[in-house]
Design a protein around this ligand. Sequence first.
Ligand SMILES: [Zn+2]
Length: 126
Amino acid sequence: MDWSDWSFWQWLSAAFALVVAIIGIKFAVNFDINRYLEGRKNAQKKKLTALCPHTELRLLESGEILIESRFHSPMGTTAYICGQCGLVVHDQNAALRVSQDWGSNPIGWLKADKRFRKAYDKFYGI
Ligand SMILES: [Zn+2]
């Protein structure tokens, strides 16, 4: 290849390709694997929170099904924290509503709990 035959546009595209390559290398050098993993972990945790039913299903001796909220309010706070996934809500009604919703849909709860368990085991590598 004779470089002296290169047209202006060929030189320009070659220069452009070089700039893109330099930016790519700079990005690769700045790429922090720990931050990337941290970001992924946070995203997975968020997904876990979204899958959590925030309730516990109990079968009573009488054969009745009881859906109990996993939200509890630590002393001295007005926040409610899910004991299973760590979701924090500041509205008691919202926490109650979750249990009421699942209370009318125990089959849906079983499915949701199964999905959560699967995601949980995957996340914590159990
Ligand atoms: Zn939860």
